[in-house]
Every structure is written in structure tokens, then in C-alpha cells.
Design a protein around this ligand. Structure first.
Ligand code: CU
Length: 201
């Protein structure tokens, strides 16, 4: 009798969580679907990959100002490039990316702007990011897409407000970037240490 009761308690300890867990998961599903409005991509987010260049919004690729400080980027990914692969916006802009792939699976990853989406042929991806600081933001494909995958990259150039160049005497982009990187390395204590080691050689 006593042994029988122990077995019953063990069974109960297993059975109760095995009911509670699926019930909890179902509740989480209901809350995310109807409360947070998170759904699987619907038909509205699809595009025929064979006709993508004739289908809006991908029939007019590029960057467009849709409101003050709001830009829309219509982008196509293909082996092994992004179109457009250079996006220029003033600092403080919010960029709405609409992107898809016209061939294989690609990715759109802008590490400094918290953009990370997969670009699937037939599926439209939408992501928004705010570019607060001027500078160059690297934009890369982070889904292996073939032999030259590592070359698939572009950049978002964020100009200082008003859209003017940072300094009239500096050569465009490349020079400014390098000078910035060098001064950053030296002001960083580890960079100074490395510079010291270099001198001693
Ligand atoms: Cu790719």
C-alpha cells in the first residue's frame, strides 16, 4: 500500500508538468499571435521572384525620402551584390528597408545598426533602423550564397546633418575614415601600447 502511494506521487510529479508545459506554450502562442500581433508572413509579403523587377516596390530600386528624416530603401539582393549597394542618408534618419532576393537565399546584416534579416526569394523582408551617428555602416550578406559570398557587401553612408561633407579640406570618404580609425587606435590605451611595441622593434 505504502509503496503503491509513492509510485503514484512520482507519476503525478511527471504528469502535472507534462500537462502544464503544453498549456503554457499554447497560452504563449495565443498571446503572441493575438496580443503582440506576431504572425507567419502572409501572402501580402510575397513576390514572384521571376517577376520581381517588374513588381512594386522593386520596380524602382534605390533610396527615397518619404517624410522629413524618413527614408525608404527598396533593395534587391542577387549573387553577389546588393542593389543599391551604397545608401546615403543624413544623420538622425530612420531608414525603412524593403528587400528581397532575386535568386538564392541572402542576408542583410548591418552590425552597427541592429539590422539582421534573411532575404528569401519570393519573400519581402521589412526592417527599420535609425542611423544616429555620421559614418560608414558596413552592410553585408551573412547567409552563404555561393563562391563569392564573402565579396557581397555594401555600405550605408550617414552624412552629418544637413548632408554636407564633414570637413572641406579632407578628401572624400576614404581619407576621413582612415584618419578617424588611426586617432581612435591611439587614444585607446591598448592602441598606444601597440604603437609603443611597434616603435621598439
Ligand atoms: Cu549573398
Amino acid at each position: 500500500m505504502r509503496q503503491g502511494t509513492t509510485v503514484y506521487l512520482y507519476e503525478l510529479a511527471w504528469i502535472l508538468p507534462s500537462i502544464a508545459i503544453p498549456v503554457g506554450m499554447l497560452a504563449a502562442l495565443v498571446v503572441t499571435a493575438f496580443g503582440a500581433n506576431i504572425h507567419l508572413p502572409g501572402a501580402a509579403g510575397r513576390v514572384d521572384p521571376t517577376k520581381v523587377t517588374e513588381t512594386a516596390p522593386f520596380d524602382a530600386l534605390g533610396v527615397k525620402e518619404i517624410a522629413p528624416g524618413q527614408y525608404e530603401v527598396r533593395m534587391l539582393a542577387q549573387v553577389w551584390s546588393f542593389t543599391p549597394n551604397e545608401i546615403r542618408v543624413p544623420a538622425g534618419s530612420t531608414v525603412h528597408f524593403w528587400a528581397t532576393s532575386r535568386d538564392v537565399v541572402h542576408g542583410l546584416f548591418i552590425p552597427k545598426a541592429n539590422v539582421n534579416v534573411m532575404l528569401l526569394p519570393g519573400q519581402v523582408a521589412h526592417v527599420e533602423a535609425r542611423f544616429a551617428k555620421p559614418g560608414e555602416y558596413l552592410m553585408i550578406c551573412h547567409e552563404y550564397c555561393g563562391i563569392a559570398h564573402h565579396t557581397m557587401a555594401g555600405k550605408v553612408i550617414v552624412t552629418s546633418e544637413g548632408g554636407s561633407a564633414p570637413h572641406p579640406n579632407l578628401p572624400p570618404q576614404a581619407g576621413a575614415g582612415k584618419a578617424g580609425a588611426r586617432s581612435a587606435a591611439i587614444s585607446d590605451p591598448r592602441g598606444r601600447e601597440l604603437a609603443g611595441l611597434e616603435e621598439r622593434k
